[in-house]
Design a protein around this ligand. Structure first.
Ligand code: IPD
Ligand code: CA
Ligand code: CA
Length: 256
């Protein structure tokens, strides 16, 4: 079995913790605000993966959302993990959440898995090896924005981005068929990768939100960068622009 297969097997196992959840509100607490929640299931998935993932690769380290301060993700082999991406959806019973795991080496993502346990959909990629959904190859769409839809995120923990987020949404919406705000950035990126949407943006995401999805997009033939057009740093918070090939320069045509 390859390391990607091993990662996928563990992430599928962790998905059972998500599916076992009952009475989620009473296992939920606020981190920094009412918009920033964590549940005992986030913590249980992270604890499970923290114990099991590093054993797959001796010398590797673990950088998870719920204990991020304990690891410098910028050097060596590091698992970058969001135990539940889309926690607010999860708490409210909206079945749109995923476990996101990237394995990076010196700031470059080499392997990635994003698993939606509710749909039993597992997106995966290794650098240079293509992108897959449940083992079948996926590719970005070829639709221009005028025939397409875009996903967006509202950078909920950074309220200073409310106005620019709405401005960019308005400008893209004027050119597109429609848009979606689905509430789980890792899945938003996979939606572009498999051609369900043409574009995705968010003004502020953390490494655990975008690391795995960014490799899945590029391996699916898509494009990913910051909103300024630079590479994603992988180790810190940044804006994210993801698109299929035809829409990668749309931002240059907008007055934002
Ligand atoms: C959040 C989700 C959401 C995005 C936020 C993320 P979390 O992750 O991906 O869609 O808008 O910026 O922080 O908190 O549910 O893991
Ligand atoms: Ca997240
Ligand atoms: Ca999370």
């Amino acid at each position: 079995m390859s390391i990607l297969d091993d990662m996928a097997a563990l992430v599928r196992e962790a998905g059972q913790i998500v599916l076992s959840a009952r009475d989620i509100w009473s296992h939920t607490h606020e981190k920094t605000s009412a918009a920033d929640l964590v549940t005992e299931y986030d913590e249980a998935v992270e604890a499970f993966l923290k114990e099991r993932l590093p054993k797959l690769l001796p010398g590797s380290r673990f950088f998870g959302e719920e204990e991020a301060e304990n690891c410098d993700p910028s050097r060596g082999w590091v698992f970058i993990v969001d135990p539940i991406d889309g926690t607010t959806n999860f708490v409210r019973g909206i079945h749109q959440s995923a476990i996101s795991v990237a394995l990076a080496h010196d700031r470059q993502v080499e392997h990635a898995v994003v698993y939606d346990p509710f749909k039993d959909e597992l997106f995966s990629a290794s650098r240079g090896g293509g992108a897959f959904r449940n083992g079948n190859p996926i590719h970005v769409s070829t639709l221009p924005l005028s025939q397409g839809i875009f996903g967006m995120g509202t950078a909920i923990y950074k309220r200073e981005y409310v106005a620019p987020t709405m401005r960019l949404t308005e400008q893209l919406f004027a050119r597109a068929c429609d848009f979606r705000r689905l509430g789980a950035a890792a899945l938003d990126l996979c939606n572009v990768a498999c051609g369900r949407t043409e574009v995705f943006f968010e003004y502020s995401l953390c490494p655990w939100d975008y690391a795995a999805g960014s490799l899945i997009i590029t391996e699916a033939g898509g494009h990913v960068s910051t909103l300024e057009g630079g590479p994603l740093p992988i180790t810190e918070r940044c804006s994210v622009w993801a698109s299929n090939e035809v829409n990668k320069d749309v931002l240059k045509e907008l007055a934002v």
